[in-house]
Ligand binder design. Structure first.
Ligand code: ADP
Ligand code: MG
Length: 600
């Protein structure tokens, strides 16, 4: 049996380093957090060879007292907390007192500083190098603030050095760390240089405009153009920031920044709430983009749950979840046409970025199949009455251009293009509507609302429709009979492999009922018995709405088209269909003029 030894402090540090110091980027994160905790207004970062050779962070913060310099490099030494009570409401980014000790145990570290309150003319410097630690103080030139220089990371732990990736990859992670922190402190100036080349020069953002500029620099201009601002407050919680319009969804979850009291976090409750808020408007497998700040009482959230402090624990997780979900759901619901047509034709609200274009082309209209209805007999289930007079009358055009209040955001229909698109003109230019996608959204929202109010109207089929299905599907129809009835569908199993459709939602009476029922049954099978149907009602409604919507190649009269435009204006989330595709786009007169090189 081996006897038990106490670990030497150095060895303990190296073990601790395994938790926080994984790669150059994690070193940078710790150093930047220290600078921000020290109240720095400006931070300059120098990186060489992806941080493998050198990482230097210089700040103009409070600095470290000469007598504390050596202490700063030892483990469990911190100026940020001192009493057990402090742990309950942490306001700084660091508090574990481990980072510098850990980093110093696996690199050649130099800490120089001059404390603001110290009267000394010069700064002071201490060093740590792997196992040895030089405790002697040396004077050095330094302004008020601190500089930490980390050279030759993992020089004494070759096994860990081997795990580092290429210079490029490591620098990519460093860049990401900087972006995260730069978004968390708009007021701080950051610069980043890699191999003597300037990569970022972010000036302090002191007002809304400058904040937007920083978000654009960090997340790309396309994100800004395709996002809406969020500002919600309730029950002592505040949420603000920017969220992408559903049409700007991404194939990766790479543009997601979420801060709790200025600390970036990845949290299950948070991501679940956001995903749920986008559920209705985002195509399956796509990811929203966002920069969001949640502010709440520090005592209501525990940050001491993980060494890297990326996780938090809300004291009231349900409250946080509900607040996030409701706030974002509300903001997304408000994305109606008028929110996106600017007053003057300068912005491009739904001019999709490359990401969106890719999605759109890869998603064919799900149901361009022909419809079996008696020719020409199409009743368009719209809420609002069709426009009284056809567009094109002199009075109407006069209204449109008089600048009067009456001109609706989506304008008036002009024509239908290839049975797929509605062309309309509003005061600013040309509107193009994907009539199927738009109608699908309207039908879906209407059905959801009816379901909520428990008043989905059913219509009895004159001739019940009997369908041959698989036994599993028939089982499904039988066991979910009541729930389907609540959704407006009455199905009766009449044999082992046969069901009869007796009633359908009145809104969908013109749909291809057979296809609709088959799709609903296949959805049900896919959900599996484990999932309660109530949780999936919206998905079923979405499937159904898709069938109840106007198909391609349906000829619409001008009145019907105008009615659709008015309904879009009145419908929540009408900017996207249920699959997250945009339902309409527009071109301003300015943009059209540009196309024709007019006025040059
Ligand atoms: P922690 O941040 O958890 O306190 P660290 O090991 O990161 O632990 O730092 C130890 C201490 O060194 C900090 O508590 C702080 O007092 C001091 N310190 C580190 N970096 C800086 C800096 N850039 N400016 C001023 N003080 C610093
Ligand atoms: Mg720290």
């Amino acid at each position: 049996m081996n006897r038990i030894n106490r670990l030497s402090p150095r060895l303990a540090n190296q073990i601790a380093a395994g938790e926080v110091v994984e790669r150059p980027a994690s070193v940078l994160k710790e150093l930047l957090e220290n600078s921000l905790d020290a109240g720095a207004g400006r931070v300059d970062i120098d990186v060489e060879q992806g941080g493998k050779k050198l990482l230097r962070v210089r700040d103009d913060g409070r600095g470290i007292h000469k007598d504390d310099l050596a202490l700063a490099l030892s483990r469990h030494a911190t100026s940020k907390i001192s009493r057990p009570e402090d742990l309950a409401a942490i306001a700084s980014l660091g508090f574990r007192g481990e980072a510098l000790a850990s980093i110093g145990s696996v690199s050649r570290l130099e800490l120089s500083s001059r404390a603001s309150e110290a009267d000394s003319e010069t700064g002071w410097k201490v060093r740590a190098e792997g196992q040895q630690m030089e405790t002697s103080l040396e004077p050095c030139q330094h302004g008020v603030g601190a500089t930490v220089e980390v050279r030759d990371l993992f020089f004494n732990t070759p096994a860990r050095k081997k795990f580092l990736k290429t210079e490029r990859t490591e620098f990519g992670r460093i860049d990401e760390v900087l972006k995260r922190l730069a978004l968390s402190r708009f007021g701080v100036q950051f610069s980043l240089r890699h191999n003597q080349r300037i990569v970022h020069e972010l000036r302090p953002a002191r007002n809304e405009l400058e904040q937007r500029r920083r978000v654009g620099l960090v997340c790309g201009p396309a994100f800004l153009e395709n996002s809406v601002e969020v500002e919600q407050q309730a029950a002592g919680l505040r949420l603000w920031g920017w969220i992408s319009l559903p049409a700007f969804s991404r194939s990766q979850a790479d543009l997601q920044y979420f801060y709790v009291n200025g600390r970036i976090v990845r949290d299950k409750i948070v991501s679940h709430a956001i995903r749920q808020a986008y559920q209705d408007v985002l195509y399956h497998g796509r990811h929203p983009a966002y920069v969001l700040f949640l502010e709440l009482d520090p005592g209501a959230v525990d940050v001491n749950v993980h060494p890297t402090k990326h996780e938090v624990r809300f004291r009231d997780g349900r409250l946080a979840h509900d607040f996030l979900f409701r706030s974002l759901h509300r903001e997304l619901a408000d994305v109606k046409p008028e929110a996106q047509v600017p007053d003057s034709g300068h912005a491009e609200p739904l001019q999709a970025g490359p990401e969106t274009t890719a999605t759109q082309t890869s998603l064919p209209l799900r149901d361009s199949a022909p419809v079996r209805d008696s020719a020409g007999e199409y009743s368009f289930p719209l809420r609002s009455a069709p426009a009284a007079s056809p567009v094109g009358t002199p009075e109407q055009y006069a209204k449109l251009f008089s600048g009067g209040e009456e001109a609706p955001p989506l304008g008036y229909a002009l024509a239908q293009l290839h049975g797929v698109y509605i062309l309309a003109q509003n005061r600013e230019g040309l509107i193009i509507v994907d009539m199927h996608a738009a109608h699908e959204r309207i039908t879906y929202e209407r059905m959801k609302q009816a379901l909520e109010e428990e008043r989905i109207k059913r219509q009895t089929l004159l001739v019940p429709l009997s369908l041959a299905v698989s036994e599993a599907e028939a089982d499904c129809a039988e066991s979910h009979r009541e729930s389907l009835l609540a959704l407006g569908l009455e199905l009766e199993r009449v044999a082992a492999e046969s069901v009869v459709v007796r009633q359908v939602p009145a809104l969908l009476k013109d749909a291809d009922i057979e296809q609709l029922v088959r799709d609903v049954l296949s959805d049900l099978l896919e959900f599996g018995a484990s999932d309660r149907l109530e949780n999936r009602q919206n998905e079923l409604l979405s499937t159904m709405a898709c069938h109840g919507s106007v198909r391609a190649n349906r000829r619409l009269g001008i009145d019907e088209m105008n009615a659709l435009l008015r309904d879009m204006e009145a419908t929540e989330r009408s900017g996207q269909c249920n699959h997250g595709r945009p339902t309409w786009v527009w071109q301003s007169m300015d943009e059209l003029d540009k196309l024709f090189l007019r006025g040059r």
